[in-house]
Design a protein around this ligand. Sequence first.
Ligand code: PLP
Length: 292
Amino acid sequence: MDKTLIVIDNHVFIKPEYLNHEFISGNKLRKLKYNLKEAKRLKKNVLLTFGGAFSNHIAAVAYAGKEYGFETIGVIRGEELVNSAKLNPTLAFARECGMTFKFISRHEYRTKTDVLFIEKLRNEFGDFYLIPEGGTNVLAVKGCEEILTVADKKFDYICCPVGTGGTISGLINSSYNTQKIIGFPALKGDFLQEEIIKFANNSNWELISEYHFGGYAKINEQLVHFINQFKSRHKVALDPIYTGKMMFGIYDLLDKGYFKKGSKILAIHTGGLQGIDGMNEKLRQQNMPIIV
Ligand SMILES: *Cc1c(COP(=O)(O)O)cnc(C)c1O
């Protein structure tokens, strides 16, 4: 057995992409790898990207900028944050890494891919290398094609959480036809199917949309309980936004007999653990149990 995998039981294994970095989501580093090379090649000094206030991608870009010598600009959803006295843990980390923020309204945020809006940003900040929200583009998918290795051929199912679809597209492209790739969307969204079709070159995949818990960053006590129990049983931390929902889904599907008997399942632990502190702040405010 591949020593880099974590064995959960006889048929569930975890690929610990979260160990690629202590703070940054493993898949976000994969998605940035070839984008950073391209930015260097184009002699860009500034990276600009978009995200919500708890975004793993914002944290990853800020960190990558510091590490590889780029200035970074984060266009953040939620103008009310401009006046908040204290930044949440994600944004505090990004600022420490040197990121400049531009907070915009939710309304304006919806126009973030419009040519006119990008032009406005170029007028304000000058030349930059643009990385889309969540980091997904062709170069990001190329980076995610490096997650699976030949040794992973023995798995019948490869499972991963889905946000913008870049990670699963990379997994699909580097999988074998005998394998099935199962994505667990972390948000409500019918657009995902189409996004993945744009990047993926095989049809051996499926999205299972029953485990988003009401939408992006929405969670309930049942999920918190599952995450805490999983950690105490298996010594593996899960994040509440992506990997917790995926793993909850895998176990529910196991209970329902979804997987072929005797098959081997590989779950990609994409990371996201930096989001736990921010989520716990919200849970405390709502007097809900927290992630331990
Ligand atoms: C961003 C992220 C995802 C989703 O990846 P996409 O490529 O956007 O689908 C999954 N897990 C974690 C931990 C993430 O940070």
